[in-house]
Design a protein around this ligand. Structure first.
Ligand SMILES: [Fe+2]
Length: 202
């Protein structure tokens, strides 16, 4: 069954520093990934699998592009879902995990800002189950390039230019400040609850 894009109308006017025009264009872009994910999945159901090839084959190419549409869909949902939370506070469990890993909350925020300044893609705060570490991860060039194995995403920040250029042009640090002020720490805390971070004593 085809996937429907989620409705993020409620974010219009709720994020200080992101205009309706900027957000609506971003929603349209996200909807495009959902449409492509549906198309790829539908074609994978019927495509000939008898002659896969590294250089070119329809099945092979669909498989190569599947993670782009998949991550383009679900990273945008992770981003829109963790916006619109001005005034919310990080949970104790999440904050403790951050302090354990980064030394202090301020160090963590400084690292997010540095990662956002480095990226032309996604910045994700992820918990790595392989090494039990929390880190900010850069995903760039393509939606699946840089995403580390066996990680749990808590925070998703879209640092592609389409996310802010209408409102901010080249003033990317101002966009990052607006997003940080709008992060929904309740949503982020709920994501962390399902990881070892959620079980740490405050
Ligand atoms: Fe985006």
């Amino acid at each position: 069954m085809a996937r429907e894009p989620k409705n993020y109308e409620h974010l219009i006017g709720k994020i200080k520093g992101l205009s309706e025009n900027q957000l609506r264009n971003h929603f349209t872009l996200y909807q495009g990934y959902v449409k492509k994910l549906n198309e790829i999945e539908q074609k994978l159901g019927t495509v000939d699998k008898s002659a896969p090839n590294y250089s070119y084959n329809e099945y092979s190419e669909l498989k190569r592009r599947e993670p782009v549409a998949y991550n383009g869909t679900f990273l945008h949902e992770a981003y829109f879902d963790n916006l619109g939370g001005e005034g919310t506070q990080p949970t104790d469990a999440f904050k403790n995990g951050v302090v354990q890993q980064f030394g202090s909350w301020d160090n963590y925020i400084a690292d997010i800002k540095a990662a956002c300044g480095s990226a032309h893609g996604w910045v994700l705060t992820c918990y790595g189950y392989a090494d039990n570490k929390l880190r900010n991860v850069l995903v760039q060039s393509e939606h699946h390039v840089g995403l580390m194995a066996d990680t749990h995403i808590f925070v998703a920040i879209d640092c592609w230019e389409h996310a802010y250029f209408m409102d901010y042009g080249t003033k990317k640090p101002d966009y990052i400040a607006a997003v940080l002020a709008s992060l929904n720490w309740t949503v982020i805390g709920d994501r962390a609850k399902q990881s070892p971070l959620g079980h740490q004593k405050p």
